[in-house]
Design a protein around this ligand. Structure first.
Ligand SMILES: Nc1ncnc2c1ncn2[C@@H]1O[C@H](COP(=O)(O)OP(=O)(O)OP(=O)(O)O)[C@@H](O)[C@H]1O
Ligand SMILES: [Mg+2]
Length: 1010
């Protein structure tokens, strides 16, 4: 004890909170223990412990943390501080850095699956010495998703070995990036051995909207619960006195009641009041123990603030000044920092620190090589800070800023956030340029971590200080801020800034900058759906780039312009622009740029045809992207080629490109790229009839799309999942999916102009529902509406893929001849352009009905047979079986009852294999109508799951016939035979013709005559 004026205190009053008794929280403790047990058992969750300042959150949570340690949990505690509310991910970094530093780099690599770079981007301090890494380039939403996803995956793997408790304290001061991360993590932990506890003192959410939104959203989603701490009951106060002072409850009873009333049961207030009473000698140690309980007129402070001030009144000048400095620093401070800012001599500093520790104002601990001090309670810091007065506050912040900058020396820029905080609060006239410098650096740093809100705040502050003090800000700063606003979705705000940057650049005669800015404005307009406006800016950008002689920039603008043109359905003009970009790129020989150009061409031809051009561009894009290290370009080219291969019926190619796309997504640690790739995979699996796997992938992808907030992908995947559910006869499950997709696609105003990607699939889902229910008129109505939207936008693929076939099938069942004829024409025309075999096959099926009604039944039958054949070869096994049902109708009409029965039995086999309950019902009904007995419903497996044509092929393969021979034997092309064969391979899980022959022999397939 440093001051002689201090009297004796009971042991517990001066010790740290972990040994102070915990009273009156039995119920809360058991809730938290249960949560720990749950987490231990792999049922992770998130709890918010909330209540007013001093109510005992930290105390309670410390007790849980101790319990967790005993149970073998890894415990990570992070705190938020007012100073760091702008430093991205600071709460998480505070919690996890000490832990991460103890993990071997090789283990870290293992746990992050090679994504250590992403982790370092979040927590640069992990990578001390290497300086800020250059952020990866690309779509910011995609990159941000990568960061958050990889972090939560890392936590999950980390906790797999040993359960984990993560405590995030004082969230009322948390930076918004940390809150976003908390939201992300909390949604992921339900199957992990992780308990997350967040505390804050703002139960009614009067403060920031960020915390409110985070907590409310998580609670609304059922991902988090709240534990609200109320005042201690009077019995707890009595118990506290008994345990602290070893005093008899009968003697302290009245005192406890008065104290309870006085402090409204706030334990911090109780604590401070007791300390003040001891301080003042009202409570004193006598021969028979502590005395003074009977004081009638308790002279106690009336507010928490007063109680604190009473305690601080006795501090020596040095100690008080040091406490003020620590309060203004606003966060934990190291010994060196306190020395640098206070300017106190070594001994004087130690004396002052001792005094503050003795008075329980500061606590100390060792952290790595530093000694770190923190206030024993945030209320002390707040009270001291609010007592400072404006002038002293400003001076102190200025001193802190300058001293710390000197202390950090060459590495000052790594502390930009902290320095910016103090410079901005110092004397803004004198320190303006420093403030702007560090605010900008902090903004850039936040940008690199995709902490856009923080970046926006920093840069806005920089801009306003710069404008007030330097007579205007540079075009570069304005442009930086505009980019961030744009990422935040604030397009009007971004545009306004761009305009002002543009004026500055024009005045300075900097045409290159004008071009860059015009391009950025164009992109902003494009993303807000204002395509026409975007195109105007792209044109200006092209002009300026040309004037500046910057060919590379010109080409980049042209690529952007091409997407804009494509978005408004001007495919021809779009192609023209990409070709100009291609010329420039070839001329300057920039492979990275060339890769992008070819990728644009691929996407262009993909959606509008011709297919061969798309393939050619895709191949070029991939090889150039590989040679120039553009992995995300390579990924998107594989993605595009997988889509194309699916449309044009090349199963082997689909598989290959999906495999490559997943591999690249892995390498890039990109959950979004995985999700997008999976979307195609679902369609592929649906096509080949592997519905179990299709549903599994769909469910996984839906979960991921939800987590990542993918507003266009989610509705689409929901629809594809819905179609699978309908197929299986799970109408309710399917309806839930398509209804949600419908809701998402139609209720999002920000999607108004680029909704074709989700709106058309949403219509597809709804139409499919009606078709399933046999509401043909509704299916046609909804479907036609969707077709109109697809047509208007120029993305015909969306119309032909799934939607037109659904409308066509509904029209077939409804015998709507006129519509069938017109649909057939449309499907044939557009499918031919895109080489889309699904559309062509359905067009044949439509024409068949027309022939039928015109009396040429034989022709109808042969058209339908052709369609079945084509669909099986793509493969669209389920569609093939559906057309078989139409074929059976036609055969029955011609009087070929036997043929009809045969087709229905084959369809039956496929539907049984798929588990397609409704189709199975319909097929059985048709069989009964023909007077045939339906086979058993049981789902067949293995060889039995092959279609009739596939069985024929298996027999021929077993007879060692080549594809060409098989083709001529069955009247199909060798290519078609080979496609069938690869489907058979994947269905049966065999890899060679020999293996297949063996399997066929074992199954006794060769004994049966065909
Ligand atoms: N249940 C309890 N029994 C005994 N003492 C308690 C209890 N709860 C809190 N205290 C004491 O009251 C003081 C304030 O508690 P604590 O720091 O946990 O409050 P808090 O809710 O975390 O406040 P803040 O929001 O300001 O951080 C501490 O000194 C602690 O020792
Ligand atoms: Mg606390």
């Amino acid at each position: 004890m440093s001051t002689s004026s201090r009297r004796a205190r009971p042991a517990a009053v001066t010790t740290t909170l972990s040994v102070t008794p915990l009273v009156g929280r039995a119920a809360e403790q058991s809730t938290l223990s249960a949560a720990l047990a749950d987490a231990d058992a792999g049922r992770g969750r998130t709890l918010f412990v909330v209540g007013e300042s001093g109510i005992g959150k930290t105390h309670l949570v410390s007790a849980v943390a101790e319990q967790a340690s005993h149970r073998g949990f890894t415990v990570a505690v992070g705190r938020a501080y007012p100073v760091e509310s702008g430093v991205p991910y600071s709460v998480f970094s505070d919690a996890l850095l000490p832990l991460l530093r103890t993990v071997e780099p090789s283990v870290l690599t293992l746990l992050t699956r090679g994504g250590t770079a992403e982790l370092m981007q979040l927590f640069p301090a992990l990578d001390a010495g290497r300086g800020p890494a250059s952020p990866p380039r690309g779509d910011p939403t995609e990159l941000k998703a990568r960061l958050l996803w990889n972090f939560s995956q890392f936590l999950s793997r980390f906790a797999a070995k040993r359960p984990m408790l993560i405590v995030l304290e004082n969230l009322q001061w948390a930076d918004s990036a940390s809150l976003e991360m908390l939201h992300f993590v909390a949604r992921q932990v339900s199957n992990d051995r992780i308990l997350v506890i967040g505390t804050h003192n703002d139960p009614d959410h009067r403060g920031g909207a960020g915390l409110r939104n985070t907590e409310q959203s998580l609670r609304g989603l059922g991902n988090a619960q709240r534990l609200r701490l109320g005042p201690l009951p009077v019995t707890a106060v009595t118990e506290l006195l008994a345990r602290t002072f070893d005093a008899d409850a009968n003697r302290t009873h009245n005192f406890a009641e008065r104290l309870h009333r006085w402090t409204a049961g706030n334990p911090f207030f109780i604590d401070e009041t007791i300390k003040a009473l001891v301080e003042q000698g009202q409570l004193r140690q006598g021969p028979g123990g502590w005395a003074g309980w009977d004081v009638e007129d308790l002279r106690v402070p009336s507010t928490i603030r007063e109680a604190v001030l009473v305690r601080l009144a006795d501090l020596s000048t040095d100690a008080r000044r040091l406490a003020d400095i620590a309060a203004a620093m606003g966060t934990r401070a190291t010994h060196d920092q306190l020395a640098a800012v206070s300017g106190l001599e070594r001994d004087a500093l130690i004396t002052a620190i001792d005094e503050l520790r003795g008075a329980d104002v500061l606590t100390e601990r060792e952290d790595a090589r530093d000694i770190v001090y923190d206030f024993s309670h945030p209320l002390l810091q707040e009270t001291l800070y609010s007592e400072l007065g404006l002038a002293r506050t400003r001076t102190l912040h200025g001193t802190i800023a300058e001293s710390l900058e000197r202390l950090y020396g060459a590495r000052a820029i790594e502390h930009a956030g902290e320095l910016a905080f103090h410079y901005a609060r110092g004397d803004t006239r004198r320190l303006a340029s420093k403030a702007v410098e560090y605010l900008r650096a902090a903004g850039r740093d936040a940008s690199a971590k995709y902490a856009n809100r923080e970046a926006g705040d920093y840069l806005t502050a920089a801009l306003s200080i710069a404008e007030q003090n330097e007579g205007g800000a540079g075009a570069e700063l304005i442009a930086e801020l505009a980019r961030v606003r744009q990422r935040l979705g604030d397009y009007p705000g971004a545009s306004e800034l761009w305009q002002s940057a543009l004026d500055t650049a024009r005045e300075a005669g900097d045409v290159r900058r004008v071009a860059t800015i015009e391009r950025s404005i164009g992109l902003a307009r494009y993303w807000s759906g204002d395509f026409a406006e975007a195109l105007t800016h792209y044109d200006r950008a092209t002009e300026a780039a040309r004037e500046a002689g910057d060919r590379l920039l010109e080409a980049r603008v042209l690529i952007a312009k091409a997407s804009g043109l494509q978005a408004v359905g001007k495919s021809e003009e779009s192609r023209h622009e990409v070709e100009r970009a291609l010329e420039i790129a070839s001329e300057i020989g920039d492979d990275a740029l060339l890769a992008r150009v070819h990728r644009s061409l691929l996407l262009l031809y993909l959606w509008a045809g011709p297919a061969e051009k798309a393939i050619e561009s895709g191949r070029m894009a991939i090889s150039l992207a590989e040679s120039s290290g553009q992995r995300s370009v390579a990924w998107s080219a594989h993605w595009g080629l997988a889509v194309l291969a699916g449309l044009t019926g090349k199963a082997e190619e689909v598989r290959r490109h999906l495999h490559e796309a997943h591999r690249l997504a892995d390498e890039l640690h990109s959950p979004l790229f995985h999700a997008w790739t999976s979307e195609i995979e679902i369609e592929y699996l649906a096509g080949i009839g592997d519905w179990d796997q299709g549903v599994a992938v769909a469910e996984r992808t839906i979960a991921m799309a939800r987590t990542l907030g993918q507003r266009t992908l989610l509705p689409r995947v929901l629809v594809w999942a819905g179609l699978l559910y309908f197929g299986r006869g799970d109408v309710e499950g399917g309806k839930a999916c398509v209804d949600e997709a419908w809701e998402l696609a139609s209720n999002d105003p920000s999607m108004a102009n680029r909704d074709v990607f989700s709106t058309v699939p949403a219509h597809t889902g709804k139409a499919a529902y009606h078709l399933t229910m046999g509401h043909y008129a509704d299916a046609i109505r909804v479907g036609e509406h969707g077709l109109k939207i697809a047509e208007r936008s120029g993305y015909v693929v969306w119309a032909i893929h799934r939607l037109m076939p659904i409308v066509a099938e509904a029209s077939l069942w409804a015998n709507d001849l006129k519509r069938v004829m017109s649909l057939s024409k449309r499907m044939r025309r557009e499918s031919t352009a895109l080489n889309q075999l699904l559309g062509l096959a359905w067009a044949d099926a439509c024409d068949a009905l027309v022939e039928m009604l015109h009396g040429d039944k034989q022709k109808a039958v042969s058209l339908l047979q052709g369609a079945v054949e084509a669909l099986e070869a793509i493969p669209y096994v389920p569609d093939a079986a559906r057309v078989r049902r139409q074929l059976a109708r036609a055969l029955a009409e011609t009087g070929d009852r036997e043929g009809a029965t045969r087709e229905l039995r084959r369809a039956h086999e496929v539907f049984a294999h798929l588990g397609a309950e409704r189709e199975l019902d319909g097929t059985r009904e048709q069989l009964r109508e023909l007077g045939a007995r339906p086979p058993t419903r049981s789902v067949t497996q293995g060889i039995a799951g092959l279609t009739g044509r596939e069985l024929e092929i298996v027999r021929l393969v077993a007879a060692r016939r080549s594809n060409k021979e098989i083709g001529s034997a069955l009247g199909i092309s060798a290519r078609t035979a080979s496609t069938h064969l690869s489907n058979i391979f994947s269905k049966l899980g065999v890899e060679s013709r020999g293996e297949l022959a063996d399997l066929a022999r074992e199954a006794g397939l060769l004994d049966v005559s065909p």
